[in-house]
Write a protein that binds this ligand. Structure first.
Ligand code: PLP
Length: 487
């Protein structure tokens, strides 16, 4: 798991849980000694239906909701920024207090409660651009191409709305991956565009099938103007990371058609396979050289929510605009155009942009936190593939990054008929039965755009290892029993 437990006041200390109820009842008339002696057997429960099994959420992509700890030093710095009396308190490590002092020096009147426009429009974008240059092996990044946002959910429909042609006879089309996050089709609809689904190739580990994608673009022209290609890399729920050759083919397709490339790279810090490291589209585009490097329009996303910090509640992220038309770029300059991150979210995002530096305890803690996340994801992915790999009727593609695995289970024809008779997709039917019997909550593939017959399930890789082990055991056992029941 993320942070090891330590002594209070160190960078590795887990954030203490909120105080719970006292374990010993206070003395007084209510604190009577137990009236039932230990030798009396426990009462027999009355006959009737068994109580429901408590749910165990196993499908999420929200790190902290799935049980991962926040990185203590980030919260410590934030606490001292919000409540400067803590700058002198030994309850916080000196490294956190000293970093909080330097954050506050950048704030108007040394206070995080103001708008702090300069911090938003110059300070943070300058550091984001240095972070991106480091990430991309030196590919230059202009801070003026960075737009901060309060998470990416709200800003994506705004970006899409800028390319929608309102007066056109045909609607604007946005190519969205299937399987993919439900957000993609929803955002297209919110922007007044139509989603155009393109399939990922399961037989090639959920790679983008560029030939199929080209066909989808051309066929879609009879019903819409395809103008945007949305690519999620690392993939969710599929757990894939795109290879450089596939990314190059996608860039070439975007140039030919032409399409604005929307690179949803929010899961970049969750790429955990050394064989398939994350590469940004910005880097691949730049390394292809002119004319592609200077012509393909690209908007890429980064989100604090899916970063190593996993601080989704603080709502912060940014976009990078590359080669985008002036008509798309200009509205971003208007202060009121999109929701901007609040100052605490900005501070956390900014801290994540720190470049590694030997000897600096805050940066070291950040690096360790990133390493721990990837190590845990890789270990969970390995266990998931080992366990499901030996279960008859379950298959899972190789996993390289992202928050989830997307295994496929066999659903016998009799179970499918029963599901249809109940008005349910077969995968939803399976998930309901699984939850009733075991408490496990997994996401049916139809939630990610798959047909309900395919039998895919979204399973979180962010779970603590013991919870994942339990989930895998229950899933395997229940599926074996389900096959027996319906075969
Ligand atoms: C692939 C992907 N992109 C972007 C988002 C938006 O995240 P946020 O609004 O927290 O930045 C999500 C949310 O779950 C997501 O799954």
């Amino acid at each position: 798991m993320a942070a090891a437990e330590g002594t209070p006041g160190t960078l590795g200390t887990a954030v203490p849980p909120p105080p719970g109820p006292p374990s010993v009842p206070p003395p007084g008339p209510l604190s009577v000694p137990p009236s039932v002696p230990p030798s009396v057997p426990p009462p027999v429960p009355p006959p009737g239906p068994l109580p429901p099994v408590p749910p165990l959420e196993c499908s999420g992509d929200d790190a902290q909701a799935m049980g991962r700890d926040p990185l203590p030093v980030l919260r410590q710095i934030l606490a001292a920024c919000a409540f400067p009396e803590l700058l002198e308190s030994p309850a916080l490590p000196e490294a956190a207090r000293s970093r909080a002092r330097s954050v506050l020096r950048e704030m108007d009147a040394g206070n995080i409660g103001g708008y702090n426009h300069e911090h938003r429009s110059h300070g943070v974008p300058a550091r984001v651009s240095r972070f991106l240059e480091f990430r991309d092996g030196g590919v230059p990044c202009d801070p003026r191409d960075i737009v901060l946002c309060s998470g990416t959910t709200t800003v994506i429909p705004f970006v899409l709305s800028l390319v929608v042609c309102p007066g056109s006879a045909l609607p604007t089309g946005v190519l969205v991956p299937v399987p993919g996050p439900p957000l993609c089709a929803a955002a297209a609809g919110l922007a007044g565009a139509v989603p155009v689904p393109y399939p990922l190739d399961e037989s090639r580990g959920w790679a983008v099938d560029v030939a199929a994608l080209r066909r989808e673009v051309r066929e879609a022209r009879s019903r819409c103007h395809p103008r945007v290609l949305w690519v999620v890399n690392p993939g969710d729920p599929t757990g894939h990371v795109l290879s450089r050759p596939d990314m190059e083919s996608i860039v070439r397709l975007a140039a030919e058609e032409p399409l604005l490339l929307l690179a949803d790279e929010v899961h970049q810090e969750r790429a955990f396979s050394p064989e398939r490291p994350f590469l940004s589209f910005k880097r691949v585009l730049a390394e292809l050289g002119a004319p592609l490097a200077t012509s393909v329009q690209l908007v890429s996303f980064y989100s604090l929510s899916k970063s190593a910090a996993g601080e989704s509640g603080f709502r912060a992220g940014f976009l990078e605009l590359v080669n985008v038309d002036e008509g798309v770029r200009q509205p971003f300059q208007l202060a009121q155009s999109i929701p901007r991150p609040c100052v605490p979210g900005r501070i956390l995002l900014d801290l994540l942009m720190e470049l590694p530096e030997e000897g600096d305890p805050v940066r070291r803690a950040l690096e360790e936190h990133r390493r721990d996340l990837c190590r845990d994801l890789a270990a969970n992915a390995r266990r998931l593939q080992e366990e499901l790999g030996r279960a008859p009727g379950i298959r899972c593609q190789p996993l390289a990054g992202g928050p989830r695995a997307f295994p496929r289970i066999r659903i016998p024809p009799r179970a499918r008929s029963q599901a249809r008779a109940l008005g349910l997709e077969p995968d939803v039917f399976f998930c309901r039965r699984l939850q009733e019997a075991t408490g496990l909550v997994v996401a049916p593939g139809s939630h990610f755009g798959m047909g309900g017959d395919s039998g895919h399930l979204g399973l979180s890789l962010l779970l603590p290892a013991p919870a994942l082990e339990r989930a895998l055991l229950l899933l395997r056992r229940f599926h074996a029993q389900f096959l027996r029941e319906f075969s």
